[in-house]
Design a protein around this ligand. Structure first.
Ligand SMILES: [Zn+2]
Length: 81
């Protein structure tokens, strides 16, 4: 029996919080496991992490909500279903 796996879409919704370290331990583990398993989401996560790190390096107090909305819109384009 396979254990229940997170779907790409669920992972994407949790991804920004995961990158911010805002998720509880157990969900973060689930997301990390999915990212290790799924090249598509893993690449996306690496890209997002780099983008956020670069932005925060220049603007530590920046409001990332606009970026998050952009990522959500991209997610809808790239992962339909
Ligand atoms: Zn995935």
């Amino acid at each position: 029996m396979h254990e229940q796996r997170l779907r790409c879409r669920q992972v994407r919704r949790a991804l920004q919080s995961y990158l911010d370290g805002e998720l509880e331990h157990a969900p973060a583990e689930g997301v990390a496991a999915h990212l290790a398993d799924c090249p598509r989401c893993g690449i996306d996560a690496a890209t997002l992490r780099e983008v956020i790190a670069r932005i925060r390096a220049r603007r530590p107090d920046i409001d990332l909500s606009a970026l998050r909305r952009t990522v959500d819109a991209l997610d809808d384009l790239l992962h339909d279903g």
